[in-house]
Design a binder for this molecule. Structure first.
Ligand code: SF4
Length: 371
């Protein structure tokens, strides 16, 4: 579920769809969301629920309550995991409690950095102290499964600064840590600042070195790398993301949310007002739909699975695409294996941990072969 608001406004690097929170629009959005959940969610018993955005905690307490009520249309009998994202700038004990009472059992906190200078550079609307406090609040509210997001490769920071970020994260004893590299997406204020020459793009070799440092540091502290950017204590891997990286079916709710039924991908309109209008007219808020040809489905599935520690697993790939990856990609796999970019046994083919920085390059071979 995509909550389309951020408060008080957007971070400098972000190109996800969200608008500043505004009370009237928030009420209309929640009414529309309820309608969408009732229509699209009838009879659906999800294995996981993920409430993200945008910023779920940008909503008022009353609105959060209404959001959780809208989710009550889903049967919970198959539910394994229920995650909600929280932003330290708009999070407190009351919202934490409310989300726990609404059934959320996992919380993902957008810490991003423990350095106020870095947070200012990123245009985040909270301090490092508030981020640390958010973790404590979540624990006190009874969240036993806590994840932190960090952003690496911030221009102007040194490798030792980055090690300090990792030390600060581990000191909070989260169950799960996601580390995403900062990218300058066209159209964002950060990209414009780079174009104006305010800072240099991050050196790719240094980026690869920090990725290695991240992996060795977190693994030495008990966090297994189960996906290129994700680390977890044993048993704390995110079930929701594991479905996504297997190219499994997802029902997306809210503006800009994407639904995938295993063949057809549909995207909702990235505009809160358009979303509200469509649902008030009794229409679906979708604006884009494509059915993937078999080759494209296979290519995307390979690309997603290669991000995982276990890589492409034959039985899973077969279940999603109906194809045997070792026949379909026999040449590509042999070629990448000879270059040391893949290792395989009878049932799976994966990128060796030391070559994970090249995952995008490796994945491209499957997309090209698959087209
Ligand atoms: S809080 Fe998250 S969704 Fe909102 S602008 Fe910042 S990064 Fe983007």
């Amino acid at each position: 579920m995509h909550v389309p608001f951020c408060s008080p406004g957007k971070c400098r690097y972000c190109d996800f769809y969200s608008v500043p929170r505004e009370e009237g629009l928030e009420a209309l959005f929640l009414r529309a969301l309820r309608r969408e959940a009732e229509t699209a969610g009838a009879g659906v018993a999800p294995r996981t629920i993920y409430v993200g955005g945008g910023t779920p905690t940008a909503l008022s307490e009353l609105s959060l309550l209404m959001l959780f009520e809208a989710l009550s249309v889903f049967s919970r009998h198959a539910l394994e995991e229920f995650t909600v994202e929280a932003n330290p700038g708009t999070f407190g004990a009351a919202k934490a409690e409310l989300m726990r009472n609404g059934g959320a059992d996992r919380i993902s906190i957008g810490v991003q950095s423990f350095d106020d200078g870095v947070l200012r550079f990123l245009g985040r609307h909270h301090t490092a102290r508030e981020a640390v406090e958010a973790v404590r609040i979540a624990r006190r509210a009874g969240f036993e499964n806590v994840s932190l997001d960090l952003i690496s490769d911030v221009p102007g920071t040194g490798r030792e600064d980055w090690r300090g970020e990792l030390e600060a994260a581990v000191a909070l004893e989260p169950d799960h840590i996601s580390v995403y590299s900062l990218t300058q997406e066209p159209g964002t204020p950060l990209h414009a600042a780079m174009e104006r020459g305010e800072f240099e793009p991050f050196d790719p070799d240094e980026s690869a070195a920090r990725m290695e440092l991240t992996a060795s540091f977190l693994e030495s502290h008990g966090y297994g790398r189960y996906e290129i950017s994700n680390y977890a204590l044993p048993g704390r891997e995110c079930a929701h993301n594991r479905i996504y990286w297997r190219n499994g079916p997802v029902l997306g709710l809210g503006p800009s949310a994407v639904t995938f039924d295993g063949r057809t991908r549909t995207r909702n309109v990235a505009d809160v007002e358009g979303y509200v209008r469509a649902l008030e007219r009794g229409e679906r808020p979708a604006v884009f739909s494509e059915t993937l040809a078999a080759r494209r489905l296979a290519g995307e599935t390979a690309m997603l699975m290669l991000r995982r520690r276990e890589g492409i697993v034959r039985s899973e790939f077969l279940a999603v695409t109906g194809e045997d990856p070792f026949s379909l990609y026999a040449e590509t796999i042999a070629d990448l294996e000879s270059q040391g970019l893949l290792e395989r046994d009878g049932e799976s083919a994966r990128i060796p941990p030391s070559r994970m920085a090249l995952a995008d390059h490796v994945a491209l071979h499957f997309i090209e072969t698959g087209e």
